[in-house]
Design a protein around this ligand. Structure first.
Ligand SMILES: *Cc1c(COP(=O)(O)O)cnc(C)c1O
Length: 366
């Protein structure tokens, strides 16, 4: 059978009864939209992060968009983030009418180089948007100092970092607000689309709730500005409630996969993931680096192993973002990495024999 970087079927095989029961629970509940499961999941997800509030939304991109709007970020504002991210991070910033501004990343962790952020701040900067990429957190203390000094808000993109910790603090508890995706591949994944924005700011939370519900506080009445229809689905919320109780086990499973890769590949020319000081990595993806990346991926196809690249094109080089005016060469580390990085299979239910097959094939190819 073909080997891919991600597969949910081994997990479904184990969790099937619980997931079917989740669906049945919602179907029997008599309330299919914004019911008890969404309310309970929001309370439980907020509690996991020590946050006061959580608003469930329809996907991670809208969790970011509504997060930005709830923080008052919009047309004319600049938001500093990275180009080495999933394009949706930048789609969301562009989607609220703000202008994304990119800092380059660290060569070893692939995360935002916070030392470059201050130089990117202008009088129009409103928001810092760190992306906790691949499963570990951006260095937050210097960003928090900049936010304080220049009166900026921090919105964390936690779509790849459920349960990751940074000097003991959990991802999502460090900004004014934080956006999560529950796309099926994520560390906490639904069986379809889902997302959430968490905050401990009561005003920001009230904004979020209104924005996901057409702009209404009360049914049939749009109060301040028109919002969106961005509700988290009730069935997905009940599935997520069940899976949230297993989040720490999923993370432990991912770490066990990462440790096996480290033991088996540590002596090769592959550059394995580096964990920054103070971080507890959750390995959303297991990103390695090699100058002959394309040859390696091609050679592995002969073993029916199909790897992935997160991400092959830096966002600022995409034609869809030409209007931002970045030229090739403007973010040298991001651009160099994009030609060398690739991802090995990583999910908690990855069968050991499949991982061993990947390791053996990789060692032969290298
Ligand atoms: C997945 C992801 C998103 C978008 O989430 P969706 O649920 O797919 O809309 C945003 N940012 C990052 C870093 C992501 O990995």
């Amino acid at each position: 059978m073909a080997t891919r970087v991600w597969d949910y079927l081994p997990e479904y095989d184990v969790e099937r009864d619980d997931l079917i029961d989740a669906v049945e629970t919602v179907f029997q509940s008599g309330q299919l939209v914004l019911g008890e499961s969404v309310r309970a999941f929001e309370a439980e997800f907020a509690a996991y992060h020590g946050a006061r509030h959580c608003t469930g939304v329809d996907n991670g991109t809208n969790a970011l968009k509504l997060g930005l709007q709830a923080l008052g970020v919009g047309g004319g504002d600049e938001v500093i983030t990275v180009s080495n991210t999933a394009a949706p991070t930048v789609v969301a910033i562009d989607g609220v009418g703000a202008t994304p501004v990119f800092a380059d990343v660290h060569r070893d962790t692939y995360l935002m180089d916070v030392e470059q952020v201050e130089a990117a701040i202008t009088p129009r900067t409103r928001c810092l948007l760190p992306v906790h990429l691949y499963g570990q957190c951006v260095d937050m203390a210097p960003l928090e100092r900049l936010a304080e000094k220049y009166d900026l808000v921090i919105l964390e993109d936690c779509a790849q970092a459920h349960g990751a910790r940074h000097h003991g603090r959990v991802a999502g508890s460090m900004g004014r607000a934080a956006a999560f995706s529950f796309y099926p591949t994520k560390v906490l994944g639904a069986y379809g689309d889902g997302g959430a924005t968490i905050t401990s700011d009561d005003v920001v939370d009230a904004n979020l709730r209104r924005l996901r519900y057409y702009g209404m506080e009360q049914t049939y009445y749009v109060v301040r500005t028109p919002g969106h229809n961005s509700r988290l689905d009730e069935v997905q919320a009940e599935i997520l409630r069940r899976k949230l109780t297993r989040l720490d086990a999923y993370i432990a499973g991912r770490r066990a996969v990462a440790e096996r890769y480290e033991r088996a590949l540590g002596d090769t020319e592959l550059v394995l993931p580096a964990t920054a000081e103070g971080n507890e990595h959750v390995y959303y993806v297991y990103v390695v680096r090699h100058p002959r990346r394309d040859e390696i991926i091609e050679a592995l196809r002969a073993y029916d192993i199909h790897l992935n690249i997160s991400y092959p094109w830096p966002v600022h080089t995409m034609t869809g973002f030409a209007h931002l005016g970045y030229r090739p060469g403007s973010l040298p580390v991001t651009e160099e990495l994009a030609g060398q990085i690739f991802s090995l299979p990583m999910y908690p239910s990855l069968p050991v024999e499949v991982q061993e097959k990947v390791i053996a094939a990789l060692r032969e190819v290298l």
